[in-house]
Write a new protein. Structure first.
Length: 197
């Protein structure tokens, strides 16, 4: 069952599985995904963990129009939610662009609260031209479905696995968000860790 809490003036969707007496495991998704990405893992993870799956602003079931946001807001929202749930220490798992927010959470909370970070499929290089072109096409209301299908066909290479099924609910609005922030994480690394402006 999806739950919501108002954090930083916006509704943040999340859910919980397992019991609070077990170690907390926080699952973050990438841009344009929601917590359903981890559905297949819940039966296994909830045996040993209190699993908290977090949706980003505008990524929950409501799909309400929200003001623009970025990694800083995602970090603040997630920390606010965890504080509201009274989660002191936790293991953190992130997928894709959620890794940038995960790094921000670790940076703010440190190893005293974040016991471990596992980042899955974090994009650390400029996007391939075909991927970037697909995201640009997704900003056209007439082309976004065909562009989405082209990206999925490319990614899955004919596979029938669950990732293709779970990510299939990608909405037009979330595609435009992804296209708008595609290069921001790389720029953030250059500024923060390499000292380039």
């Amino acid at each position: 069952m999806y739950l919501t809490k108002t954090i930083n003036g916006v509704q943040i969707c999340y859910d919980e599985c397992g019991t609070v007496d077990k170690p907390a495991l926080v699952l973050l998704t990438g841009w344009a995904h929601d917590l359903r990405l981890y559905d297949e893992l819940l039966p296994y993870l909830s045996r040993n963990y209190w699993v908290i799956r977090v949706c980003w602003r505008g990524h929950g079931p409501s799909r309400d129009n929200i003001p623009d946001f970025g990694v800083e807001e995602q970090v603040s929202d997630t920390i606010g939610l965890l504080n509201a749930l009274e989660v002191d220490t936790f293991y953190l798992v992130s997928h894709s662009h959620g890794g940038w927010s995960a790094l921000g959470i670790v940076d703010k909370l440190g190893k005293e609260r974040v016991l471990c970070l596992l980042m899955l499929d974090l994009i650390m290089t400029p996007p391939p031209p075909q991927f970037a072109a697909g995201l640009q096409m997704m900003q056209d209301k007439k082309m976004w479905k065909a562009a989405r299908q082209g990206l999925y066909d490319n990614w899955s290479a004919g596979s029938k696995n669950q990732i293709a099924v779970r990510v299939g609910d990608l909405a037009y609005e979330l595609g435009t968000v992804t296209a708008g922030v595609l290069y921001l994480p790389l720029r953030m690394i250059e500024i923060r860790w390499l000292g380039r402006l």
